[in-house]
Design a protein around this ligand. Sequence first.
Ligand code: HEM
Length: 392
Amino acid sequence: MPAKILIKVLVLAAPLLQLASVVSGFPAHASLAGLSGRDYHYVVSQLEAKVPAPPPGPLDFNGTKLVDDPEHPWMPLQPGDVRGPCPGLNTLASHGVSYLPRNGVATPVQMIQAVQEGFNMENFLARFTTYSAMLLDGNLVTDLLSIGAKTSLTGRDPPLPALAGGMHNHGTFEGDASLTRGDAFFGDNHSFNETLFEQFKDFSNRFGNGFYNLTVAAELRFHRIQQGIATNPQFSIAGFRHLTAYAEVTFPANLFVDGRREGCMKGQLDMLSAERFFRDMRFPPGFFRPAKPTATEGIDAVLAAHPVQPGANDGTSVDSFTVDESLGSLLDYCGFYTQFVNTTIRGLYPNPTGVLRKNLDMNLQFFFDSLSPGSNCTQVFPYGQPGEGGMA
Ligand code: HEM
């Protein structure tokens, strides 16, 4: 072919090649939020669409049992495995596929089963947490969700959408003031942070006689918020993050403590076990899961010890925290639900069509069904009732 014609062909084909490079590099677990128009259609046409299965119910046997067993051997990370900001999910993935796939990519059903089986997380909370993560960070077409960050695709041209990773995406599920992870503003929001863990141990020594418990949770929760306000100009604990920031600090006392502990040792997490979960992503040797399905017991007391309203710094200066209730909070649960769906999810997916719209509707329904029993929130339909329009 003469050189002139070859150049013309290449010029004409360039946009297609660009698209092909997005598609060939687009992970099946990456969120589709941020893709629009031609990119979106091209990517979706290359993905294997799945109809999401309904969520599993509660465990049949819901007592304590050995979960660090020979069927779930811990293994170190292999190339390509992802891990993220959640020590619970990291641990389950490192103990393998009967809990979570070792690569860290799973369906919501696998995730709910895993947190129930491995940690006896209560069914409503397991569903609520999983479907909020799925809506915020998952791939709604393939029904896959990544627990973590590492994508080898960074820097590709054209770039992947900002939300292409997994649960480390800042400002979706992941947020500020974590106990053992830094704020995104400081560069790494998902890796175990040794300095913060030293602070975790220090607080456990000062307020828990060497153990992490709900008293420590209340003090450290408050302290991490104050640290964020004083050092991070972009600090935020608004909306969903207000809820998760208080919920997560109860988990180490409720879910990381061996289920055989009774009496005064119940809810007391020793520092060696804490290190295993947070740093090594591994059950302590011979670990038994909690004795009964467990959620965020103690969260009211943690909040009551040092109540902080939802809000944020102004983005440019530290110590500029102002209350912002516009996205709801732990203190306004139905307000949170409504804004989460109508503002956050709608913002991620302004105009979904086809299989994306269908699967969004299903995940939004699963999410609504998982709201705290007795909360009596009114269901909202940001795209109209399922089946109406947008199904092209
Ligand atoms: C049900 C599915 C779950 C999902 C989708 C999930 C997701 C997450 C995410 C995205 C974070 C990061 C939030 C942040 O601090 O910025 C997180 C934190 C955390 N998760 Fe999970 N999680 C789940 C289950 C669990 C379970 C079963 C446990 C404990 C057994 C757990 C323990 C924690 C703890 C302790 C933190 C706070 C870490 C810290 O502050 O350093 N999670 N989770």
